[in-house]
Design a protein around this ligand. Structure first.
Ligand code: DGY
Length: 409
């Protein structure tokens, strides 16, 4: 579909701020970590040079200890809350103090494949930075080999029911007054509730009070959940770093050991009773009991699972536009509210890439077709109602356009 491909390019070009891309104007006016990695893959389909610049800009924000923040506040924009003054992070570029799913290495690997010769020096320069971020995650975020999130925003799945039990134990009564900006850009029904936001902001305030010191946060934060998003994306990143390192002639022994450790960690997320990969609260040891779209990222991580494959086949029948971010039969399901039900094209792409890698071509093709249909009918929305396909959240969304260019279209 030539006209849709042109429109998708236009979305990327319109959201391009020169050396980085915003997820969408208004609602998300800065550089977001995993959005940006997907933008790079989108650009790589028509402008490989620009794709490298996107990744290079992201790593310009890397902290001295290796952390790569979830938001880089390149240029102040009062239309977003919480901005740089709330986070209080200096860094090489003002930023948030948390991370996001580390898919940058995987996206960089795919970008490199678009033009191996041209990309080689760019990759050689980026590789040590990516390894450094990966080592930071291995150092600070593991629990029994699974990767933990320290804030719902780190997973990107902000208001997923995965965090409900952990959030319910949190005290957010001291959060104080603040003004949300998100609900002035898009429908409040599509967004997390005030109850959730009070807890998001409370966690930011805690991180700031502790100067974003990882050891202090590990000891004091009430929020630490081992989750499929962080675990599967980190495992996949480790595998891709091994491949890229090997191609560059680097020693990859440590990374190979990381792969084994993360594989063992991924196995600890298997909730037998649920029959799926689940989130586990590190403090209470309790399961979240949630089958989300992140549960289906196992193949992306190179983890085979027949039970998940059966579940995938049935969810593909159950809703017109899979994969929903929450089980439609769960009490917490809400077809419009962000990560409590809607379908996200970006997660579909990661699931689809994984399915294809693991030899499940039929399912991969089916999911790509359904995602293409969804985008054709309902546009480059942030997310979609899995039953009606209705667009929700922000429009002209960078990663939905990138998914069209790189995978679905
Ligand atoms: C937001 O502001 O809603 C974002 O999801 C935080 O990353």
């Amino acid at each position: 579909d030539i006209s849709l491909t042109e429109q998708a390019r236009d979305v990327l070009i319109t959201n391009d701020r020169g050396s980085y891309t915003v997820p969408t104007a208004g609602l998300y006016p800065y550089q977001w970590n995993w959005d940006s990695a997907v933008a790079a893959l989108g650009f790589a389909q028509f402008d490989v040079e620009r794709a490298w610049v996107e990744l290079e800009t992201l790593f310009q924000g890397q902290w001295a200890d290796g952390m790569v923040p979830h938001i880089l506040f390149h240029k102040n924009d009062p239309g977003y809350f919480p901005g740089p003054e709330v986070w209080g992070c200096e860094g090489p570029i003002p930023s948030s103090g948390i991370i996001q799913p580390p898919i940058a290495a995987t996206m960089a690997h795919l970008v490199w494949q678009r033009d191996p010769e041209m990309g080689r020096p760019r990759m050689a320069a980026l590789y040590p930075k990516m390894v450094k971020w990966h080592s930071w995650i291995m150092r600070w975020r593991l629990h029994r080999g699974a990767v933990c999130t320290t804030h719902p925003w780190e997973t990107g799945r902000d208001n997923a029911p995965d965090w409900d039990k952990t959030m319910a134990r949190m005290d957010a009564s001291d959060v104080g007054e603040y003004t949300r900006r998100d609900t002035s850009h898009v429908n409040a029904e599509d967004r997390p509730t005030k109850y959730d936001y009070d807890r998001y902001i409370t966690l930011v305030q805690l991180g700031r009070r502790l100067n974003w010191d990882q050891a202090a946060m590990l000891a004091q934060s009430p929020f630490r959940v081992a989750d499929p998003t962080m675990t599967f994306t980190t495992l996949r990143a480790a595998r891709d770093l091994v491949k890229m390192g090997t191609a560059l002639g680097e020693d990859t022994q440590t990374l190979e050991a990381d792969v084994a450790r993360l594989e063992a960690g991924a196995a600890t997320l298997w909730n037998e009773e649920l029959g799926g990969f689940d989130s586990r609260d590190v403090h209470s040891g309790e399961w979240a009991g949630c089958l989300s779209n992140a549960s289906y990222l196992c193949w992306f991580a190179g983890v085979e699972n027949r039970v998940m494959l059966t579940k995938l086949r049935s969810i593909m029948e159950r809703v017109a536009y899979p994969v929903p971010s929450n089980d439609p039969d769960a009490e917490t399901f809400d077809a419009r509210r962000y990560w409590r039900g809607p379908t996200w094209a970006i997660v579909n792409m990661l699931i689809g890439l994984g399915l294809a890698d693991m030899g499940h071509e039929e399912e991969a093709t089916d999911l790509a077709k359904k995602t293409a249909h969804l985008i054709k009918e309902h546009g480059f929305a942030e997310y979609f109602d899995p039953f009606s396909g209705a667009a929700a959240g922000g429009g002209s969304f960078t990663w939905t356009a990138a998914v069209w260019l790189a995978w679905a279209g």
